[in-house]
Design a protein around this ligand. Structure first.
Ligand code: PHE
Ligand code: NA
Length: 450
């Protein structure tokens, strides 16, 4: 981006939409619900909420602040800011690991984006109408068991992402964000689905599953998964929010904006859970179904409610849009990285980066059929990409960002940039200096021991 004139977001609203467009995506609906199911429900949810508040919020603010100060791409921003303060340029490593994380995440994200595209088509053809759990399960396993189909949808999704990102930051990103910011509509559709969940007679069970914790289910692994989900869902630890911050005007209030984005993101995730788990219990499905959870539950709702065909079509179309706006934000740092280090033009850099991501995605999609074998730590390629990025790379990079803002930048100027004074400033600095970083370290150590 530094090759372009460093323009600012055309308005505050555009910035909120861009940040929310990156944040709201498959992570809220697909990943949140399957993580809740896999990790035993309420204990996970409550720890996740705590992580969002105590770690997610400060890291989000820290990333925006670094970006706005540095006015550069994340890697240069970190190393220059550090250099100015007499610190080593090794801080740039935080930026590099962010780019790597974005690359790895997009490879499997695009596979799931492809599932969503395929389900959009299924809704058009009425494939879900009147289906029971077995019928819906058969549709999903039909998709999973075919590498050819998965490849086709993954390719279609990635092609859309490459096409949008190739148009450049202002045209591609802002344009796409404006016309495709689907979060609010997704939110409304989630409300409809929650309403359907109430008619199943299993809503109370779902509520209890999500909010009445069985603390005995809480292990180090569950806490790490919850923290990873908080980073994933808020698009943290990748330099993405830093890059967005570099376009941010001085007048935008960071804390208030972060709160808006977080409430929206968290609200959609919780509603998704309240929509999905009643269907799970009503149909005797397993909450720990794994990555397929929304694809074997939601079609049951759409297939059996009035107007379900239209609603299902809207839902999967919007889910695809939401996935696209997130995917755009994932490809962007990869493209910038290539653009700044090679003589390639933006379009060529986008195609090169995008094709590399696409190729890795092929290994990820084969994990659901022909290559479902453990390659490392007992995990297949898909699970390895997902686990390694969300549980380690993102939190570690985010830790770097918060430590940098809290300990390397000067405390007074950070306080004035965040509009903090007195008690709030004290609270911020205790959280940012001690609670968030130490909390994260405890989570890491605990899960290594556990
Ligand atoms: N936050 C996005 C989601 O919840 C995923 C994402 C992760 C996007 C990291 C950008 C960076 O779907
Ligand atoms: Na999200």
């Amino acid at each position: 981006m530094s090759k372009l004139v460093h323009a600012q977001w055309s308005s505050k609203m555009t910035f909120v939409l861009a940040a929310a467009g990156s944040a709201v995506g498959l992570g809220n609906i697909w990943r949140f619900s399957y993580m809740v199911g896999d990790n035993g429900g309420a204990a996970f949810v409550l720890v996740y909420l705590a992580c969002v508040a105590v770690v997610g919020l400060p890291v989000l603010v820290a990333e925006w602040l670094i970006g706005r100060r540095g006015q550069k791409n994340p890697i240069n921003a970190m190393s220059e800011l550090a250099h100015k303060r007499g610190q080593t340029k090794a801080w740039a490593l935080v930026g590099v690991s962010g780019v790597l994380a974005a690359f790895l995440i997009l490879s499997f994200y695009s596979v799931i984006g492809g599932w969503s595209l395929s389900y959009t088509l299924n809704s058009v053809t009425g494939a879900f109408t009147g289906q029971d759990a077995d019928g819906v399960g058969a549709i999903f396993s039909g998709l999973l068991s075919s590498p050819g189909l998965l490849l086709m949808w993954h390719t279609a999704f990635m092609a859309l992402v490459i096409w949008i990102v190739a148009q450049g930051v202002t045209k591609g990103l802002e344009g796409a964000v404006r016309t495709m910011m689907p979060a609010l509509v997704v939110l409304m559709l989630m409300l409809v689905l929650v309403g359907y969940g109430m008619t199943t007679g299993h809503f109370g069970e779902a509520l209890a599953f999500m909010f009445r914790p069985d603390w005995s289910a809480l292990t180090g692994g569950v806490v790490l998964a919850a923290m990873g989900q908080a980073f994933f869902t808020l698009s943290l630890g990748m330099g993405i929010m830093m890059a967005y911050g570099s376009y941010l005007g001085e007048d935008v209030k960071l804390l208030g904006t972060a709160r808006t984005v977080i409430i929206l993101d968290t609200g959609i995730a919780l509603l998704a859970g309240l929509a999905i788990f009643p269907i799970v219990f009503a149909n005797g499905l397993s909450a720990g179904e794994g990555p397929g959870l929304i694809f074997v539950t939601l079609p049951l709702a759409f297939g059996n409610m009035t107007g379900g065909m239209i609603l299902g079509l809207m839902f999967f179309l919007l889910l695809t849009f939401a996935a696209l706006t997130s995917a755009i934000s994932l490809l962007e740092p990869v493209v910038e990285f290539v653009e700044e280090r090679t003589p390639l033009t933006r379009v060529v850099a986008t195609v090169a980066g995008g094709v590399a991501v696409w190729a890795l995605g092929i290994a990820a999609l084969m994990s659901f059929n022909v290559w479902d074998v453990p390659i490392l730590f007992g995990l297949n390629v898909f699970d390895l990409l997902d686990t390694f990025t969300s549980k380690f790379l993102l939190p570690l990079t985010g830790l770097g960002a918060i430590v940098f803002v809290a300990w390397v930048l000067d405390r007074k100027s950070v306080a004035s940039e965040l509009n903090l004074a007195g008690g709030t400033e004290q609270l911020w600095s205790v959280v940012a200096r001690y609670i968030a970083p130490l909390g994260m370290l405890v989570v890491f150590i605990n899960s290594l021991l556990g």
